[in-house]
Design a protein around this ligand. Sequence first.
Ligand code: DQQ
Length: 540
Amino acid sequence: NSMLSWQRTAFHFQPERNWMNDPNGPLFYKGWYHFFYQYNPHAPVWGDIVWGHAVSKDLIHWLHLPLAMVADHTYDKSGVWTGSATFLPDGKIVMLYTGSNAQAVQVQNLAYPADHSDPLLINWIKYSGNPVLVPPPGILSKDFRDPTTAWLTSEGKWRFAIGSKVNKTGVALVYDTKDFINYEKLDGFLRAVDGTGMWECVDFFPVSKTGENGLDTSVNTPDVKHVMKVSLDDDRHDYYTVGTYHEKNVTFVPDDLTIDVGIGLRYDYGVYYAAKTFYDQNKNRRVLWGWIGESDSEAADLQKGWASVQSIPRTVLLDKKTGTHLLQWPVQEIDSLRLNSYEFNHVSIQAGSVVPLEVGPATQLDIIAEFKIEKEALEKATGSNVTFSCSSSGGAKERGALGPFGLLVLADDSLSEQTPVYFYIAKGSDGNLKTFFCNDQSRSSVASDVNKQIYGSMVPVLKGENLSLRVLVDHSIIESFAHGGRTVITSRVYPTRAIYGAAKLFLFNNATEAGVSASLKIWQMNSAFIRPYPNLDNKS
Ligand code: DQQ
């Protein structure tokens, strides 16, 4: 079906067919990046979950490998669920993962490579004493999953967290172990937040307060802050908080309690879930993977035979300027896919106008853009106490004094299909400006059975900063990064007209009172090689 095959991405990781969800146990080993993922080998819907596996030299081009782990023991009979990798001091790897056992009780299991001399880590052994952990007293059997990567305590023990809930309070349980065989449950919780529900896929890692490198998970010097991320089962979004880890008390305390774990900032204000970071010792950076599901119908997924992609891996750093936000940015290797480039300098976009950008077919693009709004208009605009929010607004067609303005992505010539990626500035009654960053999917497709939400949030804009933007366009996915990745939005869109050569790119300015000028650099993007494992038994 050519209409649906158009939706397959060209440089995002996805399996050949069927269902994928969470990233699992990402790591770098003997020259290869390893990526494992929740995978249903039988259908493009969730179920029968095992671990898929692929390797890459650069996080962009991939070779699919045989399944790493399947549901072949009572302790993971109902599913080989999410887990994380830890490097031991001798360079060996241990993998802790959740098994949904034959009775659908969630237990934790240990696995390790069968042959550490194999850089591809093809074969995995499950520890004979599995499960190594079962739900502790007070924790329900279906609320105990997704162990984090372990970090070292100053006493030399390994420590890690497991997500759970107690009534409606989301919690992270903590365990210590010396050998990954015997475990001690510590009292209390790393963090607990009322009303947030089940915490899935907890991630916990240090970020440097001063440096530009990522840090190994065990680093805990005075120069670091810690980040805690939870995936909320109830609202399907990933929330993070910057704070302090107190090793002695075994607690994490947010810097700002109004942005506590699960109620504060999101990694991504679009489709993005169950994300996981790893420390890349090859390039001294922390890299974030995230699962990007479909937002069309299950019937469409069955028809196209696949569901879900992974985000472009993103580096993660603390934003030293805000102190509260992380900066997420596509790994530099993505630049190797850049082909011919187009530059536009100081394009003026009058209030209420649309300007086409001639860049050829606009289906695989990397866009860097900077916007300037007329100073007089900013000063002249009258403040109001009406609070703006992207998701409850009328989207890009609703005009305000100072916005919206930005790009129309995956648009056809007549603009019958378009996904605006834009800024909206609101002036409060106190005279202060607030900048919002939004994606409007409401006109992304003439099809009716697809998600048409408007996504977005506030983006802090500091004194002297121009509004800046990076957008990766790849067929049915738009990943957009505002202000160096302070606020990120991923949209899944399913145009039917704005496809192949008919997909175009425009600038727009729907402000009523302000002119905007834009400077852009845009690249056509090559496709990545994402290759199947060679079929050695010659069956098909
Ligand atoms: N997906 C896994 C669970 C995890 C959930 C099952 C999050 O381990 O909690 O596929 O998407």
